[in-house]
Design a binder for this molecule. Structure first.
Ligand code: FAD
Length: 960
């Protein structure tokens, strides 16, 4: 035995033989088993699985996920979720993959009790990492949720950056994009999917035309919540955008507490539908920039395909923008005509950027352009062209979305004082014209350190107050009811109070006074009596409810005086009369809003639709959008035209749009006298519509200032207008430096009312024009019109001296008129120093005429006097003619911003029946009956921004 064991070779050999024998047995057995039925079936299954794995690996993932979900479901059956399970679950949710979406779907679908368990789990186990989860389970889902992120008041009151940064705001404080998605998802899973969808459809109330609450643009709220609840964010966003192209705008400004959230089943803490509405597009904008436009790329241009007739949209507020978008998306060639140089309506000029960044309006405009929509700015419908003229130009339908831009005032004594202004003017200066920013030319009343009172309790008041606060003012909102009745969005009021704005409720200003002049800053200031310093307020109490259901404020008989260096009136707006005055067939309701046929957006004029504030009076952005949307549907349904007519209309409307968008290029310039320049500018639409007495609003460069300039001449055939500009401030001096080929940023006009040309007998009457300095150019076309009508005209043109005279030499305009109308035109020249014509002012010859007229010694009686020139000269003429009872009109080129009535800056205090009434030079004028004007109150207004103008000239290194 020992011998064998001691032989390793033999041992290895015998081991080999044994193993070979065992292997052979196993091989036989494998072959035997391989052909068995059971193993054959198993191998076939493996084959199939292998093929599936290669073709679609997700099948396997789903299998594993399904297994995982079994485990998750099992955990959810426990009384509470364990700390480790919640942590793992959250980790999986954070992975943003298929499995996490299955988990989201799972949680969305489990019964409420299980959802609560999940929320208790994250509250208990994750609130260390997410402080906003702490306590969330108390009263969840009805009373608790994760709020969107609002920048703290201390951080935000000095800047114009967004205040409510929404759920995406959590990114700025260190959370990841996926975490933010999950916060939003947590909000969505509070939804109950109510069967009657009140958030979307509102609640019907007997006797009311419109339901209470609901979504005016019907963004499919329940489905959107369901999609978000299932983690399908992109689909949710695309669903919203299919009906509302501006959710990133409406979601931020809509008064949700009155609409979708106002009727939410979770009445104590409604689901943050508005936040979700704008989160979705903003999320896409942040993480997939350009995707929104890419989705619209490659669509055929409706102006080229010409399969549907063109539609004109007037006004680019929310009503007009949604209307244009939906029609363009439906294949209609659309042109939007907007009176301002910038698009967006109140969204741009009213609502400040700390609530709504302008870039978001630009996004909407870009989408409309991507669909082929076209925009014409500086085009005031009703002035440049009437609605009928748009129809003649080819547009088969017109949607009027002109808003309600005419600010209301109190009409109380002292309203004329400098630094009493409308919120529209204040906000336009800041939001549209960026007056508060370095490098922009628009002046702004001084705000830093000033006591600002804002009158009103709506959104406009909040915006004005918060803007003034950001500009360094000490702001008080004065409101005649109590805080509870304030119509502003709850959020805005809350933010305003957080920002340190004071409320003076149950107070109604009854008079504004100039400052009490002591030894303070006003001592010795000549301006002091003309500037506001105090507001006398009636102390009110609440009486019985009025028609709106709100309790009526009643005076108590007591009053108090508030100090006020700047008074901003935010009392609501009425409709602008420009369109309705240009189209008498348009019927209106009380307050001037356009009347619509019951249940439609159709106006009384065939083919003309309206909506938004133009038809409702001051309302909300989302209602305006709802109207624009409804009008788009109705327009698309109403039109049936033969293909040939459609093609013809498209061609004509296209040519019209092209012409309206041609640049305003300077074609010729001529220095008339020191500091006075004449420009001929390409402006075919203005030239075609211009009438004597009208003016234009010019913006020379993007950061410039909007200023009014009277039309000195125009040539409809050449498509040109002539302006004469005297360099008096930065803007006019810079305009004077423009060269041939330079292009204006925009010219809007003709604006204002044309001169009223009465019938006069040339044999016995003469119309006297007194033109001081650059008063001659605006006088010229009016004078010419009278001459064309066969009237006799006397021109008294005054210049400071020989060097400053123009248009009076041989062959010049006045001379040419004399040649054309030798028997109808008498001319007298004056100069202050006697270097040209008669020495003295224009009042000298005028007084002689008045006296001769009174003494019946004149060959012709004075039919009327028209005076245009420096305010002091116009006042002198007015004072001179008044005792003679000679009808006198002054053409006022006042301080203006928009020049269409929207801002109220060009207030003219006029006495009517002994009472001070406010008129506006841009809509009631520019010609105003001179004897009614309270010149003492008007003239200081011309100098309102003199300090700012001086500072600007210094900045630019300019001198006069
Ligand atoms: P608008 O937005 O007024 O737009 C009308 C457009 O038409 C303007 O661009 C105007 O220049 C142009 N236009 C006017 N006349 C002509 C013409 N003749 N030719 C060519 N163009 C013309 N609503 C809310 O829901 N939430 C808010 O938070 C809110 N805040 C507000 C804050 C302020 C300061 C203001 C003033 C209003 C606010 N509103 C708010 C109201 C809301 O903005 C309006 O209800 C809404 O903008 C109306 O939309 P619209 O399209 O009818 O008109």
């Amino acid at each position: 035995m020992t011998t064998r064991a001691a032989d390793p070779t033999a041992a290895e050999l015998s081991e080999y033989v044994a193993a070979s024998r065992a292997l052979s047995v196993s091989r036989n057995r494998i072959e035997e088993l391989a052909s068995s039925r059971v193993v054959t079936a198993h191998r076939a299954q493996l084959d199939v699985l292998q093929r599936h794995l290669l073709a679609d690996p997700r099948v396997f993932r789903d299998m594993f996920i399904a297994d995982g979900m079994q485990a998750v479901a099992a955990e959810f059956r426990q009384p509470e979720l364990s700390s480790s399970f919640v942590a793992t679950l959250w980790q999986m949710l954070l992975r943003d993959d298929d499995a996490s979406r299955v988990l989201m779907r799972f949680v969305w679908n489990v019964p409420l009790g299980q959802k609560r368990k999940f929320i208790r789990g994250i509250d208990a186990h994750l609130s260390g990492r997410y402080p906003m989860f702490a306590g969330i389970s108390v009263g969840w889902p009805a009373e608790n949720s994760i709020p969107p992120y609002v920048r703290p008041a201390a951080e935000r009151t000095d800047d114009f950056e967004l205040v409510n940064t929404g759920y995406l705001g959590y990114l700025q404080i260190g959370y990841t994009a996926r975490e933010v998605d999950l916060f939003v998802w947590l909000e969505a899973i509070r939804d109950k999917q109510c069967t009657d969808s009140p958030c979307e459809l509102g609640q019907l109330i007997k006797g009311h035309r419109e339901p209470k609450g609901g979504c005016p643009v019907q963004i499919h709220i329940p489905t959107v919540l369901q999609l978000v609840g299932n983690g399908r964010f992109r689909e949710a966003m695309e669903l919203i955008e299919s009906v509302n192209p501006l959710p990133n705008v409406t979601g931020r400004v809509c008064p949700q507490e009155l609409q979708c959230q106002g009727v939410c089943a979770h009445s104590k803490r409604p689901i943050e539908i508005g936040q979700l509405e704008w989160f979705l597009p903003q999320r896409a904008r942040t993480f997939e920039p350009g995707a929104a436009l890419a989705r619209l790329a490659g669509r055929p241009d409706p102006w080229v395909t010409a399969t549907k007739p063109p539609v004109a949209v007037v006004g680019s507020g929310p009503a007009g923008l949604i209307n244009a978008y939906l029609l363009a998306a439906d294949g209609y060639p659309v042109t939007v005509f907007e009176s301002f140089h910038a698009l967006g309506g109140v969204l741009r000029y009213g609502i400040p950027e700390f609530r709504l960044p302008n870039q978001l309006i630009d996004d909407v405009v870009a989408k409309i352009k991507a669909l082929g929509g076209r925009f014409v700015t500086n085009f005031v419908v009703g002035k440049v062209a009437s609605l009928s003229e748009l129809a003649d130009a080819g547009f088969v339908r017109t949607f009027v979305g002109t808003g309600a831009g005419l600010p209301r005032f109190m009409n109380v004594p002292g309203e004329h004082l400098v630094n009493v202004l409308s919120a529209n003017e204040f906000l336009t200066r800041v939001n549209l014209m960026q007056a508060h920013r370095e490098g922009y030319e628009t002046p702004l009343p001084a705000v830093p350190g000033k006591r600002v009172i804002v009158i009103g309790g709506g959104n406009t008041a909040m915006d004005a107050a918060r803007t003034a606060r950001r500009l360094g003012g000490h702001v008080t909102i004065v409101y005649r009811r109590t805080q509870a009745e304030m119509p502003a969005r709850v959020e805005e009021l809350h933010h305003a109070l957080e920002e340190g704005i004071h409320l003076a409720t149950l107070r109604a200003p009854s008079e504004f006074l100039s400052p009490v002049i002591t030894s303070g800053s006003w001592a010795g200031s000549a301006n002091a009596p003309h500037v506001v310093g105090r507001a006398v307020c009636d102390v009110m109490e609440l009486g019985a409810p009025d028609a709106s259901g709100r309790r009526t404020p009643m005076p108590t008989g007591r009053s108090e005086t508030l100090p006020a260096d700047l008074v901003i009136m935010a009392l609501g707006n009425d409709s602008n009369p420009i369109i309705r005055e240009s189209e008498p067939r348009l019927t209106t309701r009380r307050g001037g809003a356009l009347q619509l046929a019951e249940g439609t957006q159709r106006t009384s004029v065939d083919g003309v639709y309206s909506g938004g504030d133009a038809a409702r009076g001051g309302s909300t952005a989302i209602r305006a959008a709802g109207d624009g949307q409804a009008a788009a549907r109705q327009i698309a349904k109403d039109i049936r035209l033969p293909a040939a007519e459609i093609r013809d209309r498209v061609a004509r409307a296209r040519a019209y749009t092209d012409e309206a968008t041609t640049p305003n290029t300077v074609l010729a310039t001529r220095v008339l006298a020191t500091g006075i320049v004449e420009q001929v500018i390409h402006a075919p639409m203005v030239a075609r519509a211009a009438k004597a007495g009208q003016f234009v609003r010019v913006l020379s460069e993007p950061k410039g200032e909007l200023i009014p300039l009277t039309l000195s001449d125009w040539d409809a055939t050449q498509g040109t207008i002539t302006l004469v500009i005297q360099g008096l401030g930065t803007t006019s001096l810079l305009i004077n430096r423009m060269q041939v080929g330079d292009v204006y940023e925009g010219i809007a006009g003709p604006l204002g009312r044309p001169s009223v040309l009465h019938d006069y007998d040339p044999a016995t009457q003469t119309v006297v024009f007194t033109a001081g300095g650059v008063g001659l150019p605006p006088v010229y076309p009016i004078m010419r019109e009278h001459l064309r009508l066969g009237h006799h005209v006397t021109l008294i043109a005054g210049f400071r001296n020989l060097d400053l005279r123009f248009w009076v030499g041989e062959g010049e305009r006045v001379d040419a008129l004399r040649a054309d109308y030798p028997d109808l035109l008498d001319v007298v020249y004056t100069s202050n120093d006697g270097s040209f014509g008669e020495e003295g002012f224009v009042t000298g010859p005028l007084e002689r005429m008045l006296k001769a007229d009174q003494a019946h010694e004149a060959s012709r009686r004075i039919a009327e006097v028209v005076t245009i020139g420096p305010p002091l000269m116009m006042r002198a003429v007015s004072d001179l003619t008044k005792p003679y009872g000679v009808f006198t009109v002054a053409s006022l080129n006042s301080v203006m911003v928009d020049a269409t009535g929207m801002c109220g800056a060009c207030m003219v205090p006029v006495i009517v029946d002994g009472k001070l009434v406010r008129k506006h030079a841009c809509v009631d004028g520019p010609e105003i009956e001179a004897h009614g004007i309270d010149w003492g109150k008007l003239i200081p207004r011309f100098g309102q921004f003199r300090p700012q103008e001086k500072a600007s000239m210094v900045r630019h290194g300019l001198t006069l």
